[in-house]
Ligand binder design. Structure first.
Ligand code: PLP
Length: 401
């Protein structure tokens, strides 16, 4: 078997033959090369909101390929799909009169947001504001900015010097954040935070924490960046988690669920106030990607957002949450799990032991979830049926009993 392919977040020496080769998928079910089926309890990698194999998306992308397969949107060019996607994304967000910058990956969105935050501070006359506050457990992708912004220490190690001027604040402790603002407030450009921390193990914010960050940023002229790469597009039971938690940031990063993964697309939504600092005639925004505004990715976003709307998937996330809680309550009552946490359709169950083996045993029984520390993570497609949620709970019960 070929051995050229290097897998992300994987042992480089692992043989290609030891990977599970997924050959097809429909709705919430995956099929491997041996014909074995799996329930996709992670919506792939936290992104496939509308489920697999949706013809509406496939047709929209195919139509776009036939119309205009590719062209860039660097000045002087634009295209209809990119414009339409940006309008729709802004309209669904709490920054509806803001502007939208497009990229391909969450990592690109994060690094762009960090650059924009510093640029905006400079243009407002605060060149001294360069510090970015990150949170313990945070995950913000793997480019240099995002790597530095991560609150997961192992992911920051081994790459040499990272980006300067980052300070970590303990996860949910607003007093500690206040102390850091008291000491460095005049030099803090921005705070970056996932509203619900995802890859770090699914940690919803403590009550009032995000509001506290908003207040500190307002008091010190710092910008609040919500990294909604996982949370956006219905995952927490609203279009954006900013709406779920009632806190409006200055910048929002998004990716994943914006296209349900059918095409790679990401971006940053900036508030109109932030954008104002960038609109002076003659000022050139010297950042961007070859595939920013790619018409096929944008076509996928438009079709996907329309599908989330027509299928009522934002509400469906809350229903999935209700069913998940019912199942988890039963597992707690049976003494099978210790506790659980989550919101909408993103959850983690504390299984009280290393989750790696639990995850593999579940996979054996045809259910794919992620394991983080002692937690089993559940982030299904938003079309997951009640019966399939029941299967997940049964399999978790069987594996842990
Ligand atoms: C919150 C968050 N930000 C950024 C990223 C990076 O996205 P990507 O892997 O598309 O670069 C991720 C990926 O999981 C994420 O969860």
């Amino acid at each position: 078997m070929s051995h050229a392919l290097m897998h992300p977040f994987s042992e480089v020496g692992k043989s290609e033959a030891d990977y599970i080769n997924i050959v097809s998928a429909k709705d919430s079910t995956l099929v491997d090369a041996n014909g074995k089926t799996y329930l996709d309890g992670m919506a792939s990698l936290w992104y496939c909101q509308v489920g697999h194999g949706r013809q509406e998306l496939i047709e929209a992308i195919t139509d776009q390929l036939n119309q205009l397969a590719t062209y860039n949107i660097f000045d002087p060019f634009t295209n209809d799909r990119a414009r339409e996607a940006a309008d729709l994304i802004a309209a669904k967000s709490p920054l509806s009169d803001g502007r939208v910058f497009l990229g391909c990956s969450g990592s690109e969105a994060v690094d762009t947001a960090l650059k924009l935050a510093r640029m905006v501070q400079q243009r407002r006359g605060h060149g001294e504001k360069q510090i970015i506050l990150r949170r313990t457990h945070g995950y913000h992708g793997t480019n240099f900015g995002g790597t530095t912004a991560q609150g997961l220490a192992p992911n920051r190690e081994g790459w040499g010097d990272l980006v300067p001027h980052f300070i970590e604040v303990p996860n949910d402790n607003i007093e500690e954040a206040s102390k850091i603002f008291a000491e460095h407030g005049d030099r803090i450009a921005a705070v970056i935070s996932e509203p619900v921390q995802g890859a770090g193990g699914v940690w919803p914010p403590e009550d009032g924490y995000l509001q506290g960050l908003r207040k500190l940023c307002d008091q010190h002229g710092s910008l609040l960046i919500f990294d909604e790469v996982i949370c956006g597009f219905g995952r927490t039971g609203s279009w954006f988690a900013s709406q779920t938690f009632g806190v409006t940031p200055d910048l929002i990063t998004f990716a994943k669920g914006v296209t349900s993964g059918y095409q790679p697309l990401s971006g940053v939504i900036v508030s109109s106030e932030v954008a104002d600092a960038l609109t002076e005639p003659g000022f050139l925004l010297r950042t961007g990607y070859t595939y920013s505004g790619h018409p096929c990715a944008a076509a996928a976003a438009v079709a996907n957002i329309n599908l989330i709307e027509s299928d009522g998937l934002v509400d469906r996330a809350n229903h999935i949450g209700k069913k998940t809680v019912e199942g988890f309550d039963a597992l707690v009552a049976d003494g099978v799990i210790k506790s659980y946490r989550g919101v909408g359709a993103i959850w983690a169950a504390d299984v009280g032991r290393d989750s790696a083996e639990v995850k593999m045993a579940m996979l054996e029984k045809g259910v794919f979830c992620r394991g983080v520390g002692e937690s089993i993570v559940w982030c299904p497609p938003l079309i997951m049926t009640d019966e399939e949620i029941g299967t997940f709970i049964e399999v978790l019960h069987a594996v842990l009993s």
